[in-house]
Design a protein around this ligand. Structure first.
Ligand code: ADP
Ligand code: ZN
Length: 531
């Protein structure tokens, strides 16, 4: 008679144990499954590794008919289906990689009611003959995986997702389940609206990954810093190193190999065979490091990834969270480590300026980057900032397992330093009509007679040498933080520094500019002592 007994008796729990071999549900799984089995719509937000798949797989098995799973990850469908079949689940998929015969077989199985689960690419559902096929069989539930792809504000937007709203119109009695690991409050709202799921119940799991230690260090010599990090804390561990370009992926993988770390590259420029080989080695072997562009990792389920390192700045907090989330799925202590510096900010700002897309697109990219920069420059708990970005726990205390909690960053009043930088930018613009980047500004402040300083008579400027009180690394930190705070901007393909609307308030001494102190040497943050 207790509720506990009712749960034990439930068919869903029986399926969990009999088919999947797990003892108990995790987190929100049970509530989601109960709701969907009873016919309700649901929007499920769960971090990567949280166990989203069971939320639709079990209702598909419990309810009569076939569960239709919409997923953009075509490359993974075969694996997912194979894994399910190995458990005795009758699963199939339909996508562009199949030939006519294969597709006909799956169609026949579906119509005969012989499938528990059918995976489809979203573009299939725009085709009338697919919809027609579906309506000739019995559907248990629609699961829309990676539902954030419906959001035009996000980084994974797929136009085909917009047409998924018609599923609810055409099959009003079939429960729908939208799932994602990536959702700010705005994306969440967009999923609900664009998929027309006003009556859906929302299940939001905590996005906290307490076993991941977040650290962001000041970039000086990134490859060397990475090597030290690996040697000191992750010798022999499996991990992923993310770089922005294919070239730096190749160079970094080579560098690590030369220095005794087993590392392989992964990027879209390698042929498919090499990519597949490196990916499967990563999954099978112990302690292999994959150096990759962000092309690597989506859908990869390796529980013992001990670290994720970023040598370049991700474009958004969503991206950062997703990439770092590949560490520590097994719950054991893991590290999310990133090296970040002035050039990252300039490079990313330049990419946005010179990239494709209209003004609105650029503004969105800019605001994504600004949130990422704020995370890099924060003096607060990184985890707190990260969760607050996703709208969770805005007032939580420090976590004790991130670099800013382990060593509170010092701040200083950078108002005068900021004025020095900004007035140099003003002078260069006024006196020369020429445009210069961060390097020239810093040389002038330091009173360096470099060739380029002499060439443009910059040693004659009144600001020449007014910054001798700070070291070069410190000036780079000042410029970086001014860029991050929107007090300086980057223009054009050469990364020219220009003032922003807010710069004037600093020059007029109307506001103060608190800055983070640059560490004298890269902070060797303490390892978390057993959680
Ligand atoms: P997501 O899709 O949210 O990233 P998955 O559905 O792939 O996560 O699940 C992540 C891992 O957790 C998988 O290896 C899965 O088998 C495992 N898992 C999920 N639910 C449970 C559970 N209730 N008990 C034990 N393991 C689980
Ligand atoms: Zn913290």
């Amino acid at each position: 008679g207790t509720t506990g007994t009712a749960a034990v008796d439930s068919e869903a729990l029986a399926v969990l144990r009999r088919v999947f071999g797990y003892e108990a549900f995790r987190g929100e799984q049970e509530a989601v499954i109960e709701h969907v089995v009873a016919g309700g719509d649901a929007v499920v937000l769960m971090p990567t590794g949280g166990g989203k798949s069971l939320c639709y797989q079990i209702p598909s098995l419990v309810r009569p008919g076939t569960g239709i799973v919409v997923s953009p990850l075509i490359a993974l469908m075969q694996d997912q289906v194979d894994a399910l079949r190995a458990l005795g689940v009758r699963a199939g998929f339909m996508n562009s990689t199949q030939d006519f015969d294969e597709r006909r077989t799956v169609e026949a199985e579906y119509l005969a009611g012989e499938l528990d689960l059918l995976y489809l690419a979203p573009e299939r559902l725009r085709l009338e003959n697919t919809l027609d096929l579906l309506s000739r069989g019995k559907i248990a539930v629609f699961a829309i995986d990676e539902a954030h792809c419906v959001s035009q504000w996000g980084h994974d937007f797929r136009p085909d997702y917009l047409s998924l709203s018609l599923l609810g119109e055409r099959w009003p009695d079939v429960p729908r389940l939208a799932l994602t690991a990536t959702a700010t409050h705005a994306t969440h709202q967009e999923i609900t609206e664009r998929l027309h799921m006003p009556a859906a119940r929302h299940f939001v799991a905590s996005f906290d990954r307490p076993n991941i230690q977040y650290r962001i260090v000041s970039k000086t010599d990134p490859k060397k810093q990475l090597l030290n990090f690996l040697r000191e804390e992750h010798a022999g561990d499996a991990g992923i190193v993310y770089c922005l370009s294919r070239n730096s992926v190749d160079k970094t993988a080579e560098f690590l190999s030369r220095n005794g770390v087993r590392a392989v590259p992964y990027h879209a420029g390698l042929d498919a065979g090499t990519r597949a080989a490196h990916q499967s080695r990563f999954l099978r072997e112990d302690g292999l490091v994959v150096v990759a562009t962000i092309a690597f990792g989506m859908g990869i389920d390796k529980p013992d990834v001990r670290f994720v390192a970023h040598l370049d700045l991700p474009k958004s907090v969503e991206g950062y969270y997703q990439e770092t989330g590949r560490a520590g799925r097994d719950g054991l202590p893991s590290t999310a480590w990133m090296a970040y510096g002035l050039n990252d900010v300039i490079q990313q700002r330049k990419l946005i300026q010179s990239g494709e897309g209209d003004e609105a697109f650029r503004r969105r990219a800019q605001s994504h980057l600004d949130a990422m920069l704020a995370l890099c420059e924060t003096v607060r708990c990184r985890r707190g900032q990260l969760l607050a970005y996703f709208g969770q726990d805005p007032d939580r205390p420090g976590c004790g397992n991130c670099d800013t909690c382990l060593t509170t960053p010092e701040t200083w009043d950078g108002t005068v330093a900021a004025q020095k930088v900004l007035s140099t930018v003003v002078r260069l613009k006024r006196e020369r009509g020429q445009k210069f980047g961060a390097g020239q500004i810093i040389d002038i402040l330091l009173g360096k007679r470099s060739a380029k300083v002499i060439q443009f008579d910059h040693d004659q400027l009144s600001v020449f040498g007014i910054g001798e009180d700070l070291a070069e690394a410190e000036w780079r930190g000042v410029v970086r933080q001014l860029l991050a705070q929107g007090l300086l901007a980057v223009e054009g393909e050469y990364g020219t520094l220009v003032l922003t609307d807010d710069s004037a308030t600093v020059l007029r001494r109307e506001r103060e500019v608190p800055l983070r102190k640059e560490p004298k040497k890269p902070a060797a943050a303490a390892r978390a002592s057993g959680g």
